[in-house]
Design a protein around this ligand. Structure first.
Ligand SMILES: [Mg+2]
Length: 158
């Protein structure tokens, strides 16, 4: 698991033959309470696009959140995607212009990565930008540990 999206520059994808990347939004690109991507995130997305990578969003959050976030970017974005269900990712892949390998980038192993795995796509994790320190999330993180260890071994193989 990497600290944030900047750990996955364009070359990271292109050298793996990946030409389309689906991103989670909340806590992957922006904190929950930030309506828009910051300059660093916008620059990052543009650097992928400059390398020919198609960028899309799949979020479980509400329509208003996703539309406002995506207002200036104007990318293909799915709200209320119901991850770990796969319908959001499927919609992205069906409409994307690029037809090479696809990957997912998200912060949640039980929603983002499970959805990606069901689509047989590699999933690249980032640490949640703003971890929720409720008891539920603490327990969830403990539960994730063995999966994250296994995930780290797998990423080396991709
Ligand atoms: Mg998230």
């Amino acid at each position: 698991m990497e600290k944030d999206i900047s750990a996955y520059p364009a070359e990271f994808f292109t050298r793996r033959g990946i030409d389309r990347v689906v991103f989670d939004i909340d806590n992957t690109i922006a904190p929950y309470d930030k309506p828009s991507p910051d300059e660093k995130a916008v620059n990052y997305i543009q650097s992928l696009q400059a390398a020919g990578i198609e960028v899309m969003f799949v979020s479980n959050n509400e329509k208003e959140r996703v539309e406002l976030f995506n207002k200036d970017l104007g990318l293909f974005a799915v709200h209320k995607a119901g991850k770990p269900g796969t319908k959001g990712i499927e919609a992205c892949l069906a409409q994307s212009k690029n037809k090479g390998k696809a990957a997912f980038v998200g912060d949640q192993i039980f929603t983002d990565c499970l959805a990606a795995r069901r689509m047989k796509m590699p999933c690249f994790l980032v640490e949640p930008i703003q971890p929720k320190e409720t008891l539920f999330f603490k327990l969830k993180r403990i539960g994730e540990k063995p999966f994250i260890r296994r995930y780290k071994r797998k990423v080396k193989e991709v």
